[in-house]
Design a protein around this ligand. Structure first.
Ligand code: OOG
Ligand code: MG
Length: 261
């Protein structure tokens, strides 16, 4: 078997971002793509972004809820990078001209006050290290045709990360039971989904622990100050021109974005 050229596949995916044009899934072009190779492509892609002057604002989990796993047909959580350039400003405006076929989804967001390094990190360790928890909306934009992929494809593609709005009104990590935090997701004024924190594999803090333990295996850690997306508790909805999406949370301020195109 020939070795996978991680840098070449990273360039392939970055070109899709630059061209705003979906590309054929990598696994449709190879006999096999291992999870380790997929994360190696993701790492090479991050290097390309950093080489252009981007920064790491944090890390994200994906596919941590049954709703998301069923929507995407992938049954394992994934981990990716949150780039500084992906943060949506207070206007909530998302320039659709920069994206391929964006979808939006609510997110539970952790801001770390201390570093967390796996292995052996637990949900309690996550609460100890967390400065605050808040709500957000992530805009995902798979670089693959028809938003269709297998587990290694979506890992290589930095878990479809594109943009994210981080909300205000954060609470302390032990100010509420994170499993019962509520989220009402509205698109174009209609309630399209509802969920609680427990939708994230039973407990959002345990999801962040999984992330810290995953990074530990790669000799990396979660750094104090980083923003961590624990994953969408509902399925994602298309973000079209003029579409306003709003996530209303039981314990944080509402977060609102609008597609501009
Ligand atoms: C993968 C990204 C998943 C989440 O919160 O579950 C994700 C995708 O659905 O394209 O960000
Ligand atoms: Mg997400």
């Amino acid at each position: 078997m020939t070795a996978i050229d991680h840098a070449a596949w990273a360039s392939y995916l970055l070109a899709a971002v630059d061209d705003r044009s979906a590309v054929t899934a990598i696994t449709k072009q190879l006999d096999a793509l291992s999870i380790d190779d997929a994360y190696a492509i993701q790492a090479a892609l991050l290097e390309l972004h950093l080489g252009r002057g981007d920064t790491v604002a944090g890390v994200k989990l994906g596919l941590t809820s049954a709703a998301k796993q069923e929507q995407m047909g992938v049954t394992e959580p994934v981990y990716g990078w949150v780039l500084g350039s992906s943060l949506i400003d207070g206007s909530g405006e998302v320039d659709l001209g920069e994206l391929i076929h964006p979808r939006c989804e609510p997110e539970f967001v952790f801001v770390l006050g201390e570093d967390l390094a796996g292995p052996g990190v637990t949900g309690e360790d996550v609460l100890d290290a967390t400065d605050c928890v808040t709500g957000g909306i992530e805009v995902i934009d798979s670089r693959y045709e028809a938003f269709s992929f297998t587990l290694p494809d979506v890992i290589a593609d930095n878990t479809s990360a594109a943009r994210v709005a981080i909300g205000s009104g954060a609470i302390g990590p032990r100010d509420a039971d994170l499993t019962t935090l509520g989220c009402v997701f509205e698109v174009a004024g209609e309630v399209v989904a509802t969920a609680t924190g427990a939708a994230l594999l039973g407990d959002p803090a345990s999801c962040v622990a999984m992330l810290a333990n995953h990074l530990g295996k790669h000799g990396q850690r979660l750094w104090a100050g980083w923003t961590i997306l624990a994953g969408a508790p509902t399925d994602a909805k298309p973000l079209g021109a003029g579409t306003r999406a709003r996530a209303r949370y039981s314990h944080f301020d509402s977060v609102s974005i609008v597609g501009k195109g």
